[in-house]
Structure formats: C-alpha cells, structure tokens
Design a protein around this ligand. Structure first.
Ligand SMILES: Cc1cc2nc3c(=O)[nH]c(=O)nc-3n(C[C@H](O)[C@H](O)[C@H](O)COP(=O)(O)OP(=O)(O)OC[C@H]3O[C@@H](n4cnc5c(N)ncnc54)[C@H](O)[C@@H]3O)c2cc1C
Length: 395
C-alpha cells in the first residue's frame, strides 16, 4: 500500500506533524528508530506558544495529568539586575510546563495514533526511494531486522539535528553560525524553585521544576567544552556554585536522582526545508543553541506550518511544490528573529551589551513584560527593541 505521508522521527516535530496530517484525512506512517517512551537530551521547558499549541491540539490535559507543575513565574538574574514575572498570557494559556520528555513525546505519539496514524518504533530509515526525480518512499529496518520499503507521496524528515532524511535528500545548509555553548544538567529532589535563570561572567544556570524533581542545568561557553568534559560533574557543580550561589545551597542539601547528561554539539543553522517529495521539520530543518529553550515550541510551530501549507493539495504536484516553498519561506520568516536573539544570548562576549539592555528593561514593568513575552515568543522581538534599547545593544 502507498501512504500519503511518511514521517521519520516521532518526537516534538514528528508526532504533531503525523497527527495533523492524519487529522486532514491523510494516511500517515510514523517511524522512529528509537524505542518509544524514552528520554532525549532536553531541559524540558515549553514556552507558552508551545503550550498553546498543545491546548489547541487537545493534548494539554494529558500533559497536566502527568503531574508536571504549572510554571507561572520566571526569575532572571544577571549581576545586580533581577527580573521577575511571567510571559503571556498567550490566548488562554498563562503557565508554561516542563514535562519529562519520555512523557511528552509519548503523549504526542498517542495523539497521532488516536488521529489514525500507524506508528512503528525500532524502525530506522536508511535510504530514500527516488523515482522520476522525486522522493517516493523510504527503506527502513523493521523490528525483526528485516529491510522493507514503504512508499509515500511525501516523506517528512523529523529526525533531528543529525537528520538522515536531510542528508540523503541532499538538503543544503543555508545559514550557519559557530557553536557557542555547551550544556550539562541533572535532576534533584528537594529544591523549591520557580523557573529560574542566572547569568554569570562566563556561564549560565537554570532551574526547571519538572514532574518529580527540579532539573538544574549549567551552560558554559563552547571554548571551555574540552576542559569541562574532562570532569563534567565537577565543572557543573562549580558552574552552579559560582553563577547561582543560593540555588547551589539548595542543591547541596538535595538528592540527585539521575546521572549528569550534557552536550557540546549545540549547532546553529537553517537547512533547505524541502525538495521534490520531501520536507524537513523540527531540528532537522533548523537548530539553535538550546539556551533560549525554543526547540520544542518551534518544532510544534513547524509541524503546523507544514500541514497548513500542504492542506488538501498533497496529490496535486503543482500545489504541493508551491506549498512546500511557502512552508520554507514562512519558517525562515518566523524563526529568524528568535534565531538571532538566541545567538545574542549564547554569546559570552556579548554579556556587557545584554547587561546594559537588561538594566534598562528592569527599570520599567512594561519593558520587563515585553522582555519575558519576546523571550517566550508570545510577541515579536520588534516589540521589545525601542530605539533606545537597540542603541544599547549596538553600542
Ligand atoms: C541540552 C539540551 C537542552 C534543551 N532544552 C530545551 C528546552 O528546555 N526547551 C526546548 O524547547 N527545547 C530544548 N532543547 C531542544 C529540543 O530538545 C529540540 O529542539 C527538540 O527535541 C527537537 O525535536 P525533534 O522532534 O525535531 O528532534 P528529536 O527530539 O531529536 O527527535 C528526532 C527523532 O528522530 C529519530 N530518528 C533519527 N534518525 C532516524 C532514522 N534514520 N530513522 C528513524 N528515526 C530516526 C530519533 O530516534 C528521535 O527520536 C534542548 C536541546 C538540548 C540538546
């Protein structure tokens, strides 16, 4: 049988893409080479626009039912500046959430399956089938180790930063910047925190309350990665101690519940998003440093943009080509401002500029609200940058 759409990768980008295509009435196959209900690297925080999408898709109640607490207050400290508040509301959504990924990603897949998607885990895609100059399906390895071919009108790569689909389709990198940070985190039972962010001289710390613990992360400039990784736990403790001393005291009294996880592979890029018979969503299409916690929500956004662009035009080649182009244009338009904002936040060398900006922001409740809103993506960055603030950044 021929599928309408095959989605490769079943997490933040792939689950919603498969679900939304199925809700349009398409026959969809969703594949992932990993086992379902597993964790992946993430500090878990979903900004309000992402939470709004979960609500609109009817999945937010399931996320709340996992027991992850609503996060209605954000604290950001840098030097003498302390901003406290909350982004939004975004529509009816006030709080953000940070569910464990083995729970969130399973809810997304269950949403897809409920919409009629056929889901297969332990099923890795190794080849794209190309016919008459367009992608026509995939070769994948089934749970028994057997290689099979599945055919489809559209193959969507939702297979992450190291996307097999992007590589096999020859998707070019269109924008790229050097890696700026490396990140380590683990989970602690005991601390009582809001969603908290601390920025020191050359390091960042965050506390993120999740289902059963508080995730505490330490970010370092990329130029320290080789040194940090030699004894990552010592560097992590030192990072929290230096940049967030009060949080460190709580951490010292708390129980660590999992091993330390981390990465230095924080790439910054946009890729070509489509070609004949294929498209990319999520990290496969675009990735930025995780320091601004936008990847999950941006993956949701891309899923929606792709499915809305294709709409009922999947089987009309002219309409499909135009839709895939429109999707790529919209993705770049919507995600370039937060991409540039993320590069600014992740550049240790730009700290003085950030500090000047945040000092000015901290003098005004209105600017503070705008700051939280733009960081979360509730309103465009342009609504924060008054001429005076822009001058501080450029100075
Ligand atoms: C340290 C760190 C912290 C982060 N913190 C946050 C945060 O707080 N908030 C936030 O919004 N974002 C955060 N992110 C980013 C966020 O996790 C990603 O943007 C998001 O997971 C992207 O989802 P995705 O579905 O595109 O890709 P992925 O989550 O990478 O999923 C891709 C899936 O594709 C599957 N796959 C890969 N290749 C194949 C193949 N050949 N065949 C079949 N399946 C395949 C994989 O098994 C995987 O399940 C963080 C990232 C990192 C690294």
């Amino acid at each position: 049988m021929e599928w309408d759409v095959i989605v490769v990768g079943a997490r933040c980008a792939g689950g919603p893409t498969a679900m939304l295509f199925a809700r349009q009435g398409y026959r969809v196959l969703l594949l992932d080479r990993a086992a379902s209900r597993t964790d992946t690297l993430s500090t878990l925080y979903i900004q309000q626009p992402g939470v709004s999408r979960l609500e609109r898709w009817g999945l937010l109640d399931a996320v709340k039912a996992t027991g992850c607490p609503p996060l209605g207050r954000t604290v950001y400290e840098i030097d003498d500046v302390r901003l406290a508040g909350c982004a939004g509301p975004n529509g009816t959504v006030h709080a953000s959430y940070a569910p464990r990924r083995h729970l969130l990603d399973a809810i997304l897949v269950e949403g897809a399956v409920a919409a009629g998607v056929e889901f297969r885990d332990h099923c890795g895609v190794s080849e794209l089938l190309v016919e008459d100059g367009r992608v026509a399906g995939v070769r994948c390895t089934t749970p028994g180790g057997r290689s099979t071919v599945e055919r489809a009108r559209l193959v969507v790569g939702a297979d992450g930063m190291r996307s097999t689909v992007a590589e096999l389709a020859g998707a070019r990198t269109t924008v790229e910047h050097p890696r700026l940070t490396c990140a380590y985190y683990t989970f602690w039972q005991g601390p009582k925190t809001d969603f908290e962010l601390y920025e020191g001289e050359r390091g960042w710390v965050s506390a993120v309350p999740t289902n059963d613990a508080v995730l505490i992360s330490a970010y370092f400039p990329q130029d320290r990665f080789d040194e940090v990784r030699t004894d990552a736990f010592a560097a992590y403790r030192e990072g929290v101690k230096v940049n967030a001393p009060a949080l460190f005291e709580q951490m010292e009294r708390a129980e660590r519940t999992e091993r330390l996880r981390g990465t230095g592979d924080q790439r910054n890029y946009f890729r070509e998003t489509s070609g004949p018979g294929w498209a990319l969503v999520g990290d496969a299409a675009h990735h930025k440093d995780s320091i601004t916690a936008r990847g999950i929500g941006d993956a949701f956004l891309q899923a929606e943009l792709l499915v809305e662009a294709v709409a009922d035009g999947l089987h009309d080649e002219t309409r499909l080509t135009a839709a895939l182009e429109a999707y790529g244009t919209e993705l770049v338009a919507q995600l370039t401002p937060p991409y540039q904002g993320t590069l600014l936040v992740a550049q240790a060398d730009a700290r003085d500029k950030r500090l000047a900006l945040l000092r000015a922001v901290g003098t005004s409740p209105d600017l503070t609200q705008r700051y939280f809103d733009t960081v979360a993506g509730v309103r465009p960055v342009s609504e924060l940058y008054t001429p005076e603030l822009l001058a501080l950044l450029q100075g």
